[in-house]
Design a protein around this ligand. Structure first.
Ligand code: FE2
Length: 194
């Protein structure tokens, strides 16, 4: 047995995901098999380092847990304090969102003539549940903490170094604008916006 098999759920996930992205570039296969790996990772709530579970007072946090050296995937913990939410945004690459603690509300958007329009529908992810995003399966949404009195945490895997990806959000005037998210430093500062 190799050493990583004894190093806990996070190391195991990284090993297995590295093998997966080395075996296929097919998005459907990556989403299906990545979902199995992420499901196993989030069924255990003991492995997330405390510094990657900390809510910030003024905005949601996104802590990088791992980035593949070839940028074929990245793993990020998102921490939402009470009342915190994203803007309406896209991803431009495949992604899987797995709920670890608390719950998050996802407001659904459809692209209509290149413009994201609210469907009026939303759903709440509960611990252990996973959803997929990508330009193929639906890429625009707004996410918020569904818990009024505590932080919620979800674990995200994306098919790129997501903190470096140029993508889009709706600004305060409702116009599509570009952003590069970066990652939250463990000290709490944030490099980019939104
Ligand atoms: Fe998102």
């Amino acid at each position: 047995m190799n050493k990583a098999q004894h190093a806990g759920p996070l190391a195991r996930f990284i090993d297995d995901m590295t093998a997966l992205v080395g075996s296929t570039q097919d998005e459907r296969a990556l989403l299906a098999q990545g979902r199995q790996l992420l499901s196993r990772l989030i069924e255990n709530d003991q492995w997330l380092p405390a510094e990657c579970a900390r809510a910030l007072p003024d905005r949601y946090a996104q802590y990088l847990l791992h980035v593949d050296p070839q940028q074929r995937f990245s793993l990020v913990s998102f921490v939402w304090g009470p009342g915190q939410k994203t803007p309406v945004h896209d991803h431009t690459v495949w992604g899987l969102v797995g709920m670890l603690r608390g719950a998050e509300r996802c407001e659904e958007f459809n692209l209509v003539d290149g413009s994201p329009q609210p469907t009026g529908q939303s759903h709440v992810l509960q611990p252990g549940q996973i959803e997929a995003v990508s330009p193929t399966v639906g890429d625009w949404h707004r996410v918020s903490n569904a818990m009024a009195d505590r932080a919620s945490i979800s674990i995200h895997v994306y098919g790129a170094d997501i903190g470096q990806v140029r993508r889009h959000y709706l600004d305060a005037q409702g116009q599509i604008a570009e952003f590069v998210s970066g990652y939250t430093a463990h000290g709490g500062s944030f490099e980019h916006h939104p």
